[in-house]
Design a protein around this ligand. Structure first.
Ligand SMILES: Cc1cc2nc3c(=O)[nH]c(=O)nc-3n(C[C@H](O)[C@H](O)[C@H](O)COP(=O)(O)OP(=O)(O)OC[C@H]3O[C@@H](n4cnc5c(N)ncnc54)[C@H](O)[C@@H]3O)c2cc1C
Length: 785
């Protein structure tokens, strides 16, 4: 992973994670230009490799085999990754307009956004047909088709319109997969029928006759009808109306006709051809512009190029080189796409037909060859070279233990609110004696999520502050997370936020760049604050080494409903409203080891407000609550347990986890705060057995903007969770229960297989007996290290 330590001079914005841009990112990752910052904006963050997509449909590859993960790739390139859809470009102000976020400024822009089938040209196609493009959404659409075919117990008529290579390969892949799965489900696969429809006289019109004949033979052998020379006039629900032919009845209609460009390009003012594709010159620069390049299906090259991934792939290195030359003021190179490409098209199983220079060859060996080429291509992007961590200059005075600590500092991930560990904090604050005041209801002496101050009247003032380094590359998202994190304390105490003061640090840099980052960050934060009804009333900004943001939030809470950590009582259930795992995932992200979808899902959780959860908990008689942040689930639970003087049983398997958290921990990736949090393990009973559970390390994982950990009466617990889920906390779960304090030193028992919690929920009273049973000991796994 590379980080941009130089002040940013130029911003290069790549729109679309197409086949050319992935090569650009890889090449700039190998050799960056100091002062140049890349930002990739893409609707999808796992980009399908078109060559393997039919293999996914056929069931020969899994999703990750056939998708390039832009998460590690952008980290490798030191690029920022924004998941969004671009809807326009402001050429005059050099801004990319996105659907869900403020505009993104560029100095140099490149577009690689693919194409879409031309459904608009035929009446009803947009409503009743399944477009194959954009290919990034096709897998989801295909999964829905599969489910419907199974629901119909295999009685399904499938038609595919378009007889180019993409259409032919896709139909054969769909056919193989559906027949296999329908038979496996115990239905008659002969209930399925398949038809290929095309307006041209022959299938595969641009390919040699021998190539066509091979595929025609496969269609005949599998009983797939081929209707050629039949233009589709209209698409209705369940049928294709053809020009001068009888209609074709079909339960599913797939659409793979000639590619069309994205409609929004037409309004940008960029030069387009009569079909709407972007005109580029032979260097891939958009005609007449110095600051915009484009590649892949979206371009109209000076000579007609097939809309095929092959050409997008080939354009990648030239595009990278020309962006580099443009940035460094050198003359551009010409893109010379080959006239004859090698085509290898599979038959939906481990066999393929190939052609090049008029030669045609077929067989299982052709598929193996194709598979080898495709996997080699994917390895270039998914198995990235390890990047050396820059060596820090270390004082000769450092001894072994100091060196160990210094190397840990170098890996600080900044997640978890970049919190200082609980032990350091309590030691450092132990000697501090705040001025005594009678109006401080909760202060340093009884730390809670927020301070409570008596300002007269029925309501208390809630005061809290949070501040952290950039844990994500996107300042807009950072703003949202920071604001949401700060508000969490107010909701945890049952209050409502009133006002916020911001404190921000922005890296040194050119004025325009600093302004852009600051305004994106504050826009994100303000959206969250506004939604919470919390007025941003002021703040302070300074320059520093890295981007950081925090808020001091004031809230109000009725004296009678203020929630404390002290309220746990025997007979309560413990509820957690959001999944955990942000610490390990952010650490993995920083090292380029987290999948982009894991990071995006974690971000979605971090910007999910706790407000509604607090309301639901209140309706179900909440006794105590805290928000789970830097000290991890166990650390915050220990705070509650100690403050309430009770024991608790925590069902480890019931703790909801973010996707990828388990994998990340299994790979030994932890947040830098984890070792300090682990010190609290002494609160756990029978640690030797409990510590072997696979998920044990995640109990200490520090969270950013985590969910609420709350106590409601056991009898209410399942109703409460059902309501939480219904309002959007899809992972909310009952994770434990509270019992009376016993004499045991350790107040927390881990319920390793969930049996105790199940019994507590089923019975009228919580189970008081603790200690691990032989089954639980057997259930415990080897520790993960
Ligand atoms: C079923 C099928 C099989 C195929 N098989 C082959 C094959 O074997 N070999 C071959 O060479 N070609 C094949 N093709 C053609 C190939 O898919 C396309 O030519 C290729 O994907 C085009 O690549 P691209 O780089 O231009 O864009 P794409 O690969 O389509 O990538 C476009 C990217 O831009 C993003 N994007 C799009 N719009 C926006 C927006 N507004 N804002 C932000 N991001 C956006 C998308 O999320 C995506 O990441 C096949 C096509 C299909 C449908």
């Amino acid at each position: 992973m590379k980080s941009v330590t130089q002040p940013v001079i130029k911003d290069v914005v790549l729109v679309g994670a197409g086949h050319s841009h992935v090569a650009v990112l890889r090449m700039f990752g190998m050799e960056s230009i100091p002062g140049v910052r890349f930002t990739l904006i893409s609707r999808e963050v796992h980009t399908p490799y078109s060559g393997m997509l039919p293999g996914v449909v056929a069931g020969l590859y899994d999703i990750d085999d056939a998708h390039i993960d832009t998460g590690p790739l952008t980290r490798f390139a030191g690029a920022r990754l924004y998941q969004d859809e671009v809807i326009d470009i402001d050429l005059a102000e050099r801004r990319v307009i996105c659907r869900h976020r403020p505009p993104v400024r560029y100095d140099l822009l490149s577009l690689n956004i693919g194409s879409t089938p031309n459904t608009l040209a035929v009446e009803g196609a947009s409503e009743h047909a399944i477009p194959v493009k954009p290919i990034d959404g096709f897998i989801r659409r295909f999964e829905a088709l599969r489910a419907r075919a199974l629901e119909r117990r295999g009685h399904a008529r499938i038609a595919l319109v378009g007889a180019g290579a993409g259409g032919v390969e896709l139909l054969l892949s769909v056919e193989r997969r559906l027949r296999r799965e329908i038979a496996q489900a115990g239905f008659d696969a002969n209930g399925l029928s398949f038809t290929l429809v095309s307006d041209v006289p022959d299938i595969l019109p641009t390919f040699p006759a021998a190539f066509r004949n091979r595929f025609q033979a496969v269609f005949d052998e599998r009983g797939i009808a081929v209707v050629t020379g039949a233009a589709v006039k209209r698409v209705e629900a369940g049928r294709l109306i053809l020009e001068g032919r009888a209609p074709i009845e079909a339960d599913e209609i797939l659409w793979t006709t000639e590619a069309a460009p994205a409609g929004w390009l037409a309004k940008t003012g960029l030069p387009i051809d009569e079909r709407g594709f972007l005109k580029v010159d032979d260097t891939l620069r958009v005609t007449g512009r110095d600051d915009v390049f484009a590649a892949g299906d979206t371009i109209a090259f000076w000579r007609e190029l097939p809309k095929s991934g092959v050409y997008a792939v080939r354009a990648g290195p030239i595009l990278a080189e020309n962006l580099r030359r443009n940035l460094t003021g050198r003359s551009l190179r010409k893109f010379r796409p080959q006239r004859e490409a090698l085509y290898l098209v599979s038959t939906g199983e481990r066999s393929a037909v190939g052609t090049r220079n008029g030669l045609v060859f077929a067989g299982r060996w052709v598929w193996r060859w194709k598979d080898w080429i495709d996997r080699r291509f994917m390895r270039k992007f998914n198995d990235l070279p390890e990047m050396a961590t820059p060596a820090a200059s270390v004082s000769p005075l450092a001894d072994q233990s100091a060196l160990k600590e210094i190397s840990a500092i170098a890996m600080r991930c900044g997640g978890c609110g970049a919190k200082v560990g609980a032990t350091i904090l309590s030691r450092a604050l132990g000697a501090i004696e705040p001025a005594p005041r009678s109006d401080i209801v909760v202060g340093l002496d009884a730390p809670d999520d927020a301070a409570l101050v008596d300002v007269g009247g029925s309501r208390l003032s809630l005061q809290t502050v949070d501040y952290f380094r950039a844990i994500v590359d996107d300042p807009y998202v950072l703003g949202k997370i920071a604001a949401n994190h700060a508000l969490g304390d107010v909701y945890a105490m049952g209050g409502e936020p009133q006002s916020a003061l911001a404190i921000a640090t922005v890296p040194y840099g050119l004025e325009a760049k600093v302004e852009a980052d600051l305004s994106a960050m504050m826009a994100g934060a303000n959206e969250v604050l506004r939604e919470a009804g919390c007025a941003l009333v002021g703040g302070h900004t300074s320059e520093g080494a890295e981007l950081a943001l925090g808020f001091a939030v004031n809230g109000l809470v009725l004296r009678s409903v203020a929630l404390r950590k002290t309220g746990l009582s025997s007979g309560d259930a413990l509820i957690l409203t959001k999944p955990i795992g942000t610490g390990t995932l952010l650490a993995a992200h920083m090292r380029g080891k987290a999948k982009a979808r894991w990071v995006m899902a974690a971000i979605a959780q971090m910007i999910h407000s706790n407000r509604q959860a607090a309301e639901v908990l209140r309706r179900h008689g909440v006794h105590a609550a805290t928000d789970v942040t830097g000290f991890g689930l166990l650390g915050h639970l220990v705070e509650m347990v100690r403050a309430s003087d009770v024991d608790v049983t925590l069902a480890v398997d019931r703790v909801p986890l973010l996707e990828g958290a388990r994998e990340s921990v299994e790979r030994g990736i932890f947040s830098s705060l984890q070792p300090q949090n682990v010190r609290l393990r002494r609160a756990i009973r029978d640690l030797e057995t409990a510590g072997r559970h696979q998920l044990y390390p995640l109990l200490f994982d520090p969270q950013t903007a985590g969910g609420l950990l709350a106590a409601v009466p056991l009898a209410e617990a399942e109703r409460c969770v059902a309501e939480l889920r219904s309002v959007g906390y899809a992972d909310a779960a009952v994770i434990g229960f509270v019992t009376e304090r016993t004499g045991a030193l350790e107040p927390i028992t881990l319920d390793l297989c969930g049996a105790r919690l199940a019994a507590a929920l089923a019975g009228p009273h919580p189970v008081l007996h603790r200690g691990h049973s032989p089954q639980e000991r057997a259930h415990a796994q080897e520790p993960i290290h």
